[in-house]
Structure formats: C-alpha cells, structure tokens
Design a binder for this molecule. Structure first.
Ligand code: E4P
Length: 218
C-alpha cells in the first residue's frame, strides 16, 4: 500500500518526507486556500520535495476550462497528477488528459457506479471519500470493498483505488485489508500510525535496563 499525505502545508510535507515513508501528496482547493498561497507556487514546491505523484485540483467546472487548467498544472512538474471532480465534465476532461499522457485523479467519488465511470475514463487514480460517507451515516469502507472487487473483475481497468477523506488509523488498516492501492492521510493521522502505548512502555523498560548495565554498544 502506498501512503500519500493530504495537505498543502509544505513544512509538514518536508518533515514527513524525511521519514522515507511518503509516496505522494494530494491537495484540494480547500487545502490550498488554507495555505494562503498561489496554487502553482505551492504545487511546484511540493513537487520539488516529493518525487512521487502530487495531485493538484482544477477549479473550472466545464471540460474546456478543466483541460486548460489541467495542462497548465501538468507543466509545473513531471510528477503532477491533475485532479478532476467526478462529474460528466470532469470525466470528459479526464479522458482527454489521459489520452495526452497526463496522470489524473478523479475525486469526490461516493459510489461504485461513479468509480466504474472513472475507470472507463482512464483515470490513473479514483478517490472515494470514506470519512464523508461515514459522516452521513453510511459505511465508507463498504464502498472501498465494492470498488476493489469491481476493478479486480476487469483487468483492463488500471485505475488505482486511492482512499481519501481518511479520519483515523482504523480507516488505513481497513483499506489495507481490502487491498486498496493508496491511502491519502492527513499529517496528524499519518503520525498516529506510528503510535502504540506498549511500544513506548516497552522501549522505556529496555532503555532503563540497558542503562543499569553501564555498557554502550559502540
Ligand atoms: C482527497 O484527495 C481529499 O483532499 C481529502 O481526502 C478530503 O478529505 P476531507 O473529507 O477530510 O476534507
């Protein structure tokens, strides 16, 4: 499973990239707005820090505008993935960008039917939002199971399942059990993945015992 971080905060990305565990980055217009910076500048900086796929989302609502924005974003760096909404216009733009050899991420996917369309449009990634489905009383992970199963039925579908709107480590583990390709995780949740109280307790005990020996390994 690949780990992407879902943020436009370059300082956070730089720090997490240092762990060696970061495979890519996703952003969206809300995250860019939060950064208070120009989208192209933020994306260029992120692409220089992380060599893996970096999703940058279009904001036009018609395919022609999406194509113009997508081509502009794709020129920022080789690792830019153009993110498009799961609408008829977004899928039209997705098909055209895919045909041009640009990587795409179809976002705001909330049903298996939508995921089938994204795969047929040749999307590199589809982003089902599990947390937002959980928020309205549905089971987001059920959607991941459905998409993984459907895509497995059709080897010609090469679209990767990028689990988005992740709220906690359990989402990550459940997505991994289902065989999802990627999880995009907020920085705070990514850090939570490292933690277990028994790890801290065990390490403290090992170090205390070691100190009593007066030895040093080197
Ligand atoms: C994914 O690409 C989106 O940017 C993100 O995961 C949305 O998450 P949210 O529902 O927490 O805003």
């Amino acid at each position: 499973m690949k780990f992407f971080v879902d943020t436009a905060d370059v300082a956070e990305i730089r720090e997490l990239a240092g762990s060696g565990l970061l495979d890519g980055v996703t952003t969206n217009p809300s995250l860019i707005a939060k950064s208070g910076r120009k989208m192209a500048d933020v994306i260029a900086e992120i692409c220089a820090v992380v060599p893996g796929p970096v999703s940058a989302e279009v904001t036009a609502t018609e395919s022609e505008g999406m194509l113009k924005e997508g081509r502009y974003l794709a020129k920022i760096a080789d690792n830019v993935v153009v993110k498009l909404p799961l609408t008829p216009e977004g899928l039209k733009a997705c098909k055209a960008l895919t045909d041009e050899g640009t990587q795409t991420n179809v976002t705001l996917c909330f049903s298996a039917a939508q995921a089938i369309l994204a795969a047929k449009a040749g999307a590199t990634y589809v982003s089902p939002f599990v947390g937002r489905l959980d928020d309205i009383g549905q089971d987001g992970m059920e959607l991941i199971a459905d998409i993984v199963q459907i895509y497995a039925n059709y080897p010609a579908f090469t679209t990767e399942v990028l689990v988005a709107s992740i709220r906690n480590p359990v989402h990550v583990v459940d997505a991994a059990k289902l065989g999802a390709d990627v999880c995009t995780v907020p920085p705070s949740t990514l850090r939570q993945l490292f933690n277990h109280p028994l790890t801290d307790k065990g390490l403290a005990a090992f170090l205390a015992d070691w100190q009593k020996t007066g030895q040093s390994i080197l």
